[in-house]
Write a protein that binds this ligand. Structure first.
Ligand SMILES: [Zn+2]
Length: 196
């Protein structure tokens, strides 16, 4: 069989490896068309292996739309706050142009913590970076990389807060962020988050 690298969702009605039980229970997720195990693992802060093991899924590339996925393998010690739609937790602000891995993990983090994450600076143009660098040089702004060298210019960095608290200082955020592949690489800038 040819591996395409992508997962696919089989039509409902095919033999379901995931157990079909009443959906809506806490810690359960009803598989939607378009879901992949890797995306769900990331969303719920767990791994493909843990989800596959918890649900008796022999082939992680094949999950069944409409089946119920038990999230008992989730890394979080508390049950996931809510599924993606209608749950607490969201990311607001300057999210346009952020790389999908960074945006996706920030989104998952906001839901895991049940908070609104505000991105006050995300993807920057060369001109915006030049302005920030100028302020830094004059001593009126935060440390800013030279124009052309900032990860912000590639959508790989976000400056993020929760209620004016730098993201890394929010209780529980650092550990949860690490599980989601996020890190805070700039010393003294607990708001500057990147995807590993
Ligand atoms: Zn930054």
């Amino acid at each position: 069989m040819t591996r395409t690298g992508g997962s696919r969702v089989a039509p409902a009605g095919a033999a379901a490896p995931a157990t079909a039980t009443a959906s809506g229970a806490p810690g359960d997720h009803t598989i939607q068309r378009g879901d992949t195990l890797s995306a769900l693992a990331r969303r719920f802060g767990t791994t493909v292996d843990a989800l596959a093991a918890a649900n008796g899924i022999a082939n992680p590339d094949l999950i069944i739309a409409g089946a119920t996925l038990h999230l008992v393998g989730a890394a979080s010690t508390t049950p996931p706050a809510a599924p993606a739609s209608g749950g607490v937790g969201r990311v607001v602000g300057r999210t346009t142009g952020l790389r999908p891995d960074l945006a996706g993990s920030l989104d998952a983090l906001s839901r895991e913590l049940g908070v609104t994450i505000s991105v006050i600076s995300g993807n920057r143009t060369l001109k915006e970076q030049a302005l920030l660098y100028e302020k830094y040089r004059k001593g009126t702004g935060n440390l800013a990389a030279k124009p052309g060298t900032s990860n912000h210019e590639r959508g790989q960095a976000a400056d993020a807060y929760v209620d004016a608290v730098p993201l890394a200082k929010v209780p529980g955020a650092a550990a949860a962020a690490a599980r989601l592949g996020l890190h805070f690489p700039v010393n003294g800038e607990a708001w500057h988050v990147e995807h590993v």
